[in-house]
Design a binder for this molecule. Sequence first.
Ligand SMILES: Nc1ncnc2c1ncn2[C@@H]1O[C@H](COP(=O)(O)OP(=O)(O)OP(=O)(O)O)[C@@H](O)[C@H]1O
Ligand SMILES: [Mg+2]
Length: 250
Amino acid sequence: MSVGLEVENLNMNFGGIVVARDINFDLRPGDRKALIGPNGAGKTTFANLLTGILTPSSGTIRLDGQDIGHLKESRRVKAGVAKTFQITTLFKRMSVRENIRLPVLERRGESRNWFGRADANAEVEDEIDTLLTQFNLQPSAEVQVQDLAYGQQRLVEMALTLALKPRILILDEPSAGVPSSDSHVVTEAIERLPEDLSVLIIEHDMKLVFKVANTIVVLVDGAILTEGTPAEISKDQQVRDLYLGARHGR
Ligand SMILES: Nc1ncnc2c1ncn2[C@@H]1O[C@H](COP(=O)(O)OP(=O)(O)OP(=O)(O)O)[C@@H](O)[C@H]1O
Ligand SMILES: [Mg+2]
């Protein structure tokens, strides 16, 4: 049975600074959970603990009941936990299609053959076409990534990650750096993600969060302050104070 991701009593510190405090968290198939909180709250650290980039000092991480906490990052990706590629990892002088082809071949275990056979492999090209369509990138398929608008580049990142066919998708600030005139492109791409995928969205853009999330988790100082529906969170006095406080502090 598919139960998704379950985190119990996760703790982590960098030197003397505690960045994850007894975090209990789950992400079920189909969930659209947002993780919000002030700068430095530990959101990216938490994502890195889930993907295996960082190792917790204690706690367990399970995927469908199996402990994955000991797996290295590459093994966790194979198990189905993926965080979006960073724009810096895109091959800017290659086309969108060529960029997407790389993780498709990687997942299929054909990455060593890609120089010779890639274009000939109809299944691979069909898969790339499906991803291009899903992210409305079909018109830009042959365009070099460096010639795309920033918002479009973020879509390429998402397409590359989905090419790995993850079950758990972690998006760390998908709209960061995207001009507000283009942020609907990112929102729409998230809305079109496969329904049964579990999605964790770390984001500062509250408009995006309230549009796509079913559940919001608020992280402060490494600990979960509260979790609830968007309606509950928007009414929560502690959360309101926190955001007002943060704004006054700037
Ligand atoms: N590699 C590291 N070594 C030491 N301290 C770190 C490291 N990475 C992050 N930190 C510290 O851990 C804390 C949490 O940082 P993190 O990047 O997880 O926050 P965040 O919630 O993602 O913030 P933001 O919203 O700005 O992205 C911060 O105090 C940060 O300075
Ligand atoms: Mg961060």
